[in-house]
Design a protein around this ligand. Structure first.
Ligand code: ZN
Length: 254
């Protein structure tokens, strides 16, 4: 069954129909979902979801755009949450230079602190990196992140950068962008990357694949992503679903 490696079902976009939508997942072939967190509030909401649905797991982490008010107490709290038995990764953490705030210094500080946390709690990293290719790679190399492992979610960089992460043993997270007209760069990365280092994700409610671009996304759209990868790799959609599920189980130790 399909393994959704990254979605945000705690988002208010799902407030009206969250339960009916999540209840329909397994009968539609979505076997497992990892709900990604971005802040203390979303960690709490995400843990609630994992308690309600046996097939949902959670990451634990603060997103670079949400780390402006982070402090040592919050880091300590996050580390405690990592011992929860359905916590499967530290994320999404990283750098996002698309907006000016929080400052690069603050983002780097908490990115590094959460990588070290992942090392202590022995969970893989879910990396968010936007417009920050060099700094992200520099920090990850300096902190020997290849010893921790994980996934570069919603991968948006070139084949050259992909090669670095693949050589470090990381997985490349591929979502709806692969179906976009302007998704050529990601299609080149997928053509280049070994299929056993690719996982699929939606980043719901964002980044719905064609023909639903701009609408609310959900894991039910993942067959469209798998289909596009299959075309690029000369595989069947079923094979892509099967292989990426096995990859995701390795990534999250499930
Ligand atoms: Zn996300």
């Amino acid at each position: 069954m399909i393994f959704e490696t990254h979605a945000h079902f705690d988002d208010e976009a799902f407030d009206k129909d969250r339960d009916s939508l999540l209840s329909s997942m397994q009968q539609n072939g979505i076997g497992t979902i990892v709900n990604a967190t971005a802040s203390r509030k979303t960690v709490e909401q995400s843990i609630e979801l994992t308690k309600k649905y046996p097939f949902i797991y959670t990451t634990i982490g603060v997103h670079p755009s949400d780390c402006d008010e982070m402090d040592d107490d919050e880091l300590k709290w996050l580390e405690e949450m990592c011992s929860y038995d359905k916590a499967v990764a530290v994320g999404e953490i990283g750098l996002d230079y698309h907006y000016d705030e929080p400052s690069k210094e603050i983002q780097k500080k908490w990115f590094e602190a959460q990588i070290e946390m992942a090392r202590r709690v022995k969970l893989p990293l879910i990396i968010h990196s936007r417009d920050a290719a060099k700094d992200t790679l520099d920090i990850m190399k300096a902190l020997r992140s290849e010893e921790i492992g994980g996934d570069i979610h919603c991968f948006s960089y070139s084949v050259e950068i992909a090669r670095e992460y693949l050589n470090m043993g990381f997985y490349i997270g591929v979502g709806g962008v692969i179906t976009f007209k302007n998704g050529k760069k990601l299609r080149e990365v997928v053509e280049y990357a070994p299929i056993d280092q690719i996982v699929i994700e939606t980043d719901s409610p964002y980044l719905a694949p064609e023909p639903y671009r701009g609408k609310r996304n959900s894991s039910l759209n993942l067959p469209l992503v798998a289909q596009r990868i299959a075309e690029l790799k000369g595989l069947t959609t079923e094979e892509v679903i099967e292989i990426t599920e096995a990859n995701a189980r390795k990534l999250y130790n499930l």
